[in-house]
Write a protein that binds this ligand. Structure first.
Ligand code: AP5
Length: 194
């Protein structure tokens, strides 16, 4: 944990299919952050075929949240593994609920910023249904997408309100194809000064 003491942490939060992963790739290309996606870390564990992976798969297929300790431990391990090379971390898909944010702060540290990737519900559903045709992701089907969306509004949106209190939320709207590219104002969005 000592290694992470001075790390700059940016939480990336948004609904399913809002474009979190897509925007993170662009930020990495431009600003050199280390991108850690909670969903990708969990899917890697599932792909490993481990017993823990099997349990995670059952939860993710239903569009529910996996246990907090599991996801936080995975993120922490991945952060430590990359600590020497990182200018800062984009923690994508975390926190999913206020409690996750509190535990992260206790065990790792406070975020410098929260990047809120905003998109309309209908846009998110359309994108995920389209991705489902080719992605092979077990959770990209109509029923699970609806559950993921409901959970986002119920559990994750309060996270944004929680961090708005300390003025570290920066919002990017990614509803259309034209917004796909990061704009130059992202430099100020990603600067340390809130
Ligand atoms: P996770 O992998 O985080 O899934 P998600 O939040 O549902 O988000 P996605 O990865 O599906 O979408 P995204 O916002 O990254 O969008 P993307 O850029 O890919 O989590 C999966 C599951 O793991 C959860 O349901 C849960 O079970 C578990 N989990 C994860 N984190 C957890 C946590 N912290 N605690 C507990 N459980 C957790 O884009 C989507 C599509 O749209 C792509 O096809 C893309 O090409 C396209 N697209 C993106 N932007 C645009 C644009 N501007 N215009 C047109 N198309 C676009």
């Amino acid at each position: 944990t000592d290694k992470l003491k001075d790390a700059k942490i940016v939480f990336v939060v948004g609904g399913p299919g809002s474009g979190k992963g897509t925007q993170c790739e662009k930020i990495v290309a431009k600003y050199g952050y280390t991108h850690l996606s909670s969903g990708d870390l969990l899917r890697a564990e599932v792909a490993s075929g481990s017993e823990r992976g099997k349990q995670l798969q059952a939860i993710m297929q239903k569009g529910e949240l996996v246990p907090l300790d599991t996801v936080l431990d995975m993120i922490k391990e991945a952060m430590i593994a990359k600590a020497d090379v990182s200018k800062g971390y984009l923690i994508d898909g975390y926190p999913r609920e206020v409690k996750q944010g509190e535990e992260f702060e206790k065990k790792i540290g406070a975020p410098a910023l929260l990047l809120y990737v905003d998109a309309k519900a209908e846009t998110m559903v359309k994108r995920l249904m389209k991705r489902g045709e080719t992605s092979g992701r077990a959770d990209d089907n109509e029923e699970t997408i609806k559950k993921r969306l409901d959970l986002y509004y119920k559990a994750t949106e309060p996270v944004i309100a929680y961090y708005e209190k300390c003025s570290i939320v920066r919002k990017v709207s990614r509803n259309t194809e034209r917004n796909m590219m990061l704009q130059s104002n992202m430099t100020s969005v990603l600067s340390l000064t809130p």
